[in-house]
Write a protein that binds this ligand. Structure first.
Ligand SMILES: *Cc1c(COP(=O)(O)O)cnc(C)c1O
Length: 370
């Protein structure tokens, strides 16, 4: 027998997790700058939602509604879903963890794409499962590569649509093909954190799939277009069985009272959504155009359908130099060496002033680098 440990030892699969790296909001020297590193809504939060949030203080001493009944009803009414099949979490991050926790464990394989959202790796490893990375197709999700990565041990596939950090979009027909190619015992989790940035006629159809297919879970968040990132609320939709399984392992009071009240108003604030979508449509296209004009300096933007742009640096100016130069100029973006993208910066669409200022700073850095 080996020597007993002299202190408690964390599970080895836990220590294999690379910690999540959040977007920064201050520079190395502590200056406050434009934060374009976390895909938050540059317009902030709608006034109606802020007012609803304030009502939460009337019942601070009471636990929140553990069943989030009113929130589930509001979500279901807005999207034409069954409220009993809505699961909710402390951010959609928790819902992603619930899906991995319910459907994967030691010996199982969880597939996601290279340059996928970093939480998938954490959630898979946390449950003891083995992460399997399917190659991308020029930074986009490659349905055939995912299907080719399936083995008899596969129990779950994560895809984000649009994906973060690439912004790429998997069209409806490809999503159908992915689902059709998976065994019925493999859970497909479609993470739609940026779906509100797509027009109504561009949606990928994952909700329709989840209505009839037992092996589809769709997740959404209030952190992005709804401007409620601080309150940590996300939700998901799946079969009654999947939702029952996830309920068993969620924290008992996982969404706050003020957050629930605010989210109910947010999900019905169509004017806010449209204004935010319109802002993003205009300024994402503008920023992509500016980056395109720097093509002679080796810059390239990956086509994005989300509220950010992945910019690749293949010329004299490196992504790391651009990251530091932009920080000096007052703009924090996301440099992604830890996600296999040392040559990429993910830039969130900001206010008009922020977006224009960032583009000016980027051009100046390119010209200085030659
Ligand atoms: C931001 C993001 C989320 C979730 O965020 P929460 O704040 O936890 O709801 C989930 N998936 C992707 C791809 C994201 O970019």
């Amino acid at each position: 027998m080996s020597e007993p440990a002299t202190a408690p030892v964390p599970k080895p699969w836990i220590m294999d997790i690379a910690p999540y790296v959040p977007g920064r909001s201050t520079t190395d020297d502590g200056r406050k700058v434009a934060k374009l590193s976390s895909n938050e809504n540059p317009l902030g939060t709608s006034r109606a939602v802020v007012e609803a949030f304030a009502q939460g203080k009337a019942s601070l001493s009471r636990y929140p509604d553990a069943g989030a009944a009113a929130l589930r009803e509001a979500i279901a009414a807005r999207h034409g879903l069954d409220p009993a099949r809505v699961i909710y979490g402390t951010g959609s991050d928790e819902v992603l963890h619930l899906a991995a926790g319910a459907y994967s464990g030691p010996g199982d394989e969880v597939i996601y794409v290279r340059y996928g959202f970093s939480v998938y790796d954490i959630a898979a490893r946390r449950s003891g499962a083995t992460p399997v990375i399917a190659p991308d197709k020029d930074y986009a999700t490659d349905v055939d590569a995912i299907l080719a990565a399936v083995t008899e041990r596969t129990t779950l596939v994560f895809i984000a649509n649009p994906n973060n950090p690439t912004g790429t979009y998997t069209p409806r027909a490809d999503l159908r093909r992915l689902h059709a190619g998976l065994r019925p015992d493999i859970m497909l989790v479609v993470d739609q954190a940026y779906a509100e940035y797509l027009e109504a006629d561009e949606q990928d159809g994952a909700f329709e799939l989840s209505q009839t297919e037992a092996n589809v879970i769709v997740t959404r968040t209030f952190s992005k277009i709804y401007g409620l990132a601080a309150e940590r609320i996300g939700w998901g939709y799946g079969s009654a069985e999947a939702v029952a399984a996830m309920h068993r392992i969620r924290a008992p009071f996982n969404v706050t009272t003020a957050g629930q009240i605010a989210a109910i108003v947010a999900v019905n604030d169509l004017a806010w959504e449209e204004a935010s979508r319109a802002h993003n449509r205009e300024w994402l296209a503008w920023l992509a155009g500016e980056v395109g004009a720097l093509g002679n300096h080796g810059l390239r933007a990956v086509p994005s359908r989300a509220n950010f742009l992945l910019v690749l640096f293949e010329g004299n100016l490196s992504a790391e130099q651009a990251y530091k130069g932009l920080m000096d100029a007052g703009y924090i973006v996301r440099w992604l060496p830890g996600q296999g993208l040392p040559h990429g910066l993910r830039i969130t669409v900001g206010t008009p002033e922020e977006t224009q200022g960032l583009a000016r700073a980027l051009r100046a850095l390119c010209e200085a680098a030659g």
